[in-house]
Design a protein around this ligand. Structure first.
Ligand SMILES: Cc1cc2nc3c(=O)[nH]c(=O)nc-3n(C[C@H](O)[C@H](O)[C@H](O)COP(=O)(O)OP(=O)(O)OC[C@H]3O[C@@H](n4cnc5c(N)ncnc54)[C@H](O)[C@@H]3O)c2cc1C
Length: 391
């Protein structure tokens, strides 16, 4: 394990920094609505056209074919440059594309990967169902084989970005009589524009539709869209979740370091609990900020070690779950600190330009989406610590 960067990697970092400095959009990313799609497509296309899309993706499918360390450098500089959230391309870039790279056919790779990198095709994830969340393997959206097609009936819920997505990572039950619930599941690329797909946005408390429920009524998906083998989709789903909880979480953690530094700046301008001195002069607040900064440094070291170990294996292991769990719970503490610093104004969601209170409430999703903290702890216990399996 080597945690130092080489001279070549330092040169790469300087190139990334220069390009981002000159090209990160000046206008902020819209938070909700169809304009997010226009913005996200334009930004992704700009990165592709300049040769900065898919740092660790294969060259033959439009990527740069570089190492995971260089991917890490890109994430770090991306966060430092305050470049936009991936938004509608989060699923495609963070876990759908990587799953297709790791488990897809040549045809699937050649068709989908360039479209993702060019900013043409956003994806969404159709895993959760009204009665299957943590216990994902109990899913009941049914698909049967009819000639050269799978015919899908059922429903998925909490599907982020479904209203804008062209494709979906879709998990369906293709053999209800298989011996165990983990068998008989298939991972298939669902085209969101096929007849019979009905996307219904769910309105949230803040007025936005952050996710949707999707209904499938005799939707015919070509069998050639199956990733991995028919009835063997559970292991493909584990690959997807490995990327979602591993590499994707890594990018978020790097952005968090920036948020902590912004918090420290905020504590110099907001009044502390005595109503006289700046918040940073309060011992308790100063200790909380110092702890966050130290925890973030520890998390960074864990991430470097993990990436260094994973360099030869494109698919992240259970170790990523450890980092993702720490990261998501810590992010909630970071935004709680921000909300606390707002004082009485905490009651106003939009009180500051940086919307600390809004982000605090929003951060609650961190320990639910992509698997709850309890489920992640089960994975850490079973797969890293070798504890007995959860029943
Ligand atoms: C903002 C957001 C975006 C999302 N986007 C998507 C998406 O794009 N695609 C998608 O497929 N899904 C998405 N989800 C769904 C998410 O994956 C599920 O919410 C999550 O897996 C939990 O499932 P559930 O909500 O059904 O809760 P449940 O499974 O009903 O869990 C309820 C509670 O019980 C606990 N629990 C359950 N089982 C155990 C156990 N064995 N041991 C200990 N505790 C347990 C859980 O930790 C939780 O606290 C999203 C969720 C959120 C909040």
């Amino acid at each position: 394990m080597n945690l130092d960067f080489t001279a070549e990697q330092d040169v790469f970092r300087a190139e990334v920094r220069d390009w981002l400095h000159d090209n990160v959009p000046k206008e902020k990313r819209p938070i909700i609505g169809d304009e997010t799609l226009v913005y996200d497509k334009a930004w992704q296309k700009k990165q592709y056209d300049a040769g900065w899309a898919g740092i660790s993706w294969p060259v033959e499918y439009g990527g740069r074919g570089l190492s995971l360390i260089q991917q890490l450098i890109w994430f770090e500089e991306y966060a430092k440059a305050q470049a936009p959230y991936l938004g509608n391309f989060f699923v495609a870039l963070s876990h759908a594309g990587p799953t297709v790279i790791a488990r897809g056919t040549e045809r699937q790779k050649a068709y989908h990967l360039p479209r993702i990198l060019k900013g043409e095709s956003p994806w969404c994830q159709g895993f959760s169902e009204p009665n299957s969340g943590s216990d994902l393997a109990s899913l009941s959206t049914r698909a049967y084989v009819d000639g050269e097609h799978l015919v899908v009936n059922g429903s998925k819920i909490w599907t982020s970005f479904a209203q804008h997505a062209d494709y979906q990572e879709l998990l369906v039950r293709t053999d209800p009589d298989a011996g165990s619930k983990h068998s008989g599941i298939t991972w298939v690329i669902g085209d969101m524009h096929l007849p019979g797909v009905d996307v219904r946005p769910i309105s949230c408390m803040d007025g936005a539709s952050h996710f949707c429920q999707v209904f499938y009524d005799n939707v015919r998906i070509p069998l050639e869209n199956v990733v991995g083998d028919l009835n063997a989709g559970w292991s493909v789903a584990m690959t997807t979740l490995g990327f979602e909880r591993g590499t994707a979480a890594l990018a978020e953690q790097i952005a968090m370091a920036r948020e902590i530094e912004r918090l420290i700046e905020l504590s110099k301008t907001r009044l502390g609990p005595d109503g006289v001195r700046p918040a940073i002069k309060d011992d308790l607040i100063a200790a909380r900020l110092a702890t966050l900064r130290a925890e973030c440094a520890a998390l960074k070291a864990m991430s470097y070690a993990s990436i260094s170990r994973a360099q030869r294996d494109f698919v992240p292991g259970a170790e990523g779950t450890l980092i993702a769990t720490y990261n998501s719970e810590m992010l909630q503490r970071v935004y709680r600190m921000g909300a606390d610093l707002m004082g009485d104004e905490m009651l106003d969601l939009d009180a500051s330009e940086d919307r600390w209170t809004y982000e605090y409430y929003r951060s609650t999703l961190q320990t639910i989406a992509g698997g709850t903290s309890e489920i992640r702890r089960n994975i850490i216990g079973e797969r890293l610590l070798g504890l007995p399996r959860d029943r």
